[in-house]
Design a protein around this ligand. Structure first.
Ligand code: UD1
Length: 324
């Protein structure tokens, strides 16, 4: 019995793999290494390859007696997805369909899927509950919404799934060995760290004229190690007979861009060089989770606050400065 983690050498995947290993669970990683880094996963059994490679999936399932899967492998850059829809649908959608076909053919009946709060688009109200309709506003988010629907349908053919709608994953491991590489990400926290450490020019703050208390956008930042834990709780929910579901994984607390900068200054003791620029097209004003369902059904709740997130990111990123 083992869990197969696709995309396990990526940012969220590698934190989840480490937690699985720490809990003495058998883990196997499949990653194309197009965006992942093998050194993040230590000595865990590893296969370099694509989720569409049905022969490879069959080989892994047989050799390792796979009975459950966490499926991270996907492209996730919103802007790029608008320019390359074929590539995104091919990898995220067609790839997942091929993966599921191979898993079902090999007797796998449980899968946890990496979805995103991006499926809500610009929600009608916050905190966002799972009742909010899916209204994706990018090709990336469309691929996640399509896959959620597909996976929900697969319950009828023997695959039970949990789609976890991540809010804004951030931070690094407590021992500062793995984190979010700023060369691979356009997300706020790594870019704040890059600006503080002088590896970029000033951070662009995308608009300060939104209808929020300080004029900047509000998001729900969740520590990557808390997010990793949600995947394991989702596996356990399915293993004990839980039905397919889609649920939010967020803290329930909204934080503005300027609050993130302020916390980064408190933690690092340095100024965050920044300039206020125009709004980023497509940015929703405020998105934060109602985490009632994830707490009730998966028994999960965030244990880290914004200070923990920023401190862990700072500790990890500032090693780059020490090493340069
Ligand atoms: C983005 C994606 C979302 C995806 C998520 C995780 C968009 C519209 N959404 O979410 O689909 O699931 O990443 O990969 O791209 N900000 C700045 N300056 C920067 C970068 C960000 O001010 O240089 C602001 C943004 O305007 C936003 C907040 O910081 O208000 C967070 O941005 P980001 O980290 O990119 O996450 P999201 O936009 O919430």
């Amino acid at each position: 019995m083992a869990v197969l983690v696709t995309g396990g050498a990526g940012y969220i995947g590698s934190h989840t793999v480490r937690l699985l290993v720490a809990q003495q669970r058998e883990v196997v990683v499949l990653d194309s290494l197009e965006l992942g880094t093998k050194s993040r996963i230590g000595s865990v059994p590893f296969y370099e390859g694509n989720i569409s490679d049905e022969k490879l999936i069959e080989k892994i399932c047989k050799k390792h007696d796979i009975d459950e899967v966490i499926h991270f492998a996907a492209y996730k850059a919103v802007g790029e997805s608008m320019e390359q829809p074929l590539r995104y649908y091919n990898n995220n959608v067609a790839g997942t369909i091929n993966l599921v076909r191979a898993l079902l053919a090999n007797g796998v009946e449980r899968l946890v899927f990496s979805s995103s709060a991006a499926v809500y688009g610009n929600p009608n109200s916050v905190p966002v509950t799972e009742e909010e309709p899916m209204k994706p506003e990018s090709v990336y988010a469309e691929t996640k919404a399509v896959m959620e629907r597909f996976l929900a349908s697969c319950e009828a053919i023997g695959l039970r799934t949990v789609s976890l709608r991540y809010f804004n994953a951030a931070g690094a491991s407590a021992d500062s060995t793995i984190g979010e590489d700023w060369s691979m990400s356009q997300n706020l926290v790594p870019l704040v760290m890059k600006a503080i450490l002088g590896f970029s020019g000033p951070l662009n703050v995308f608009g300060n004229d939104y209808p929020t208390p300080d004029g900047t956008c509000i998001r729900d930042y969740i520590h990557v190690e808390d997010l990793a834990d949600a995947h394991i709780k989702a596996l356990d929910y399915l293993a004990t007979g839980g039905k397919s579901l889609a649920c939010n994984v967020g803290t329930g607390k909204g934080t503005s861009v300027l609050e993130v900068l302020d916390m980064a200054e408190q933690v690092s003791g340095r100024k965050v060089p920044h300039v206020i620029t125009h709004r980023r097209p497509g940015d929703p004003v405020s998105v934060f989770a109602d985490p009632t369902m994830v707490r009730a059904l998966l028994g999960w709740k965030a244990t880290h606050d914004l200070r923990d997130i920023i401190s862990s990111a700072w500790n990890w990123h500032s090693k780059a400065e020490a090493n340069s």
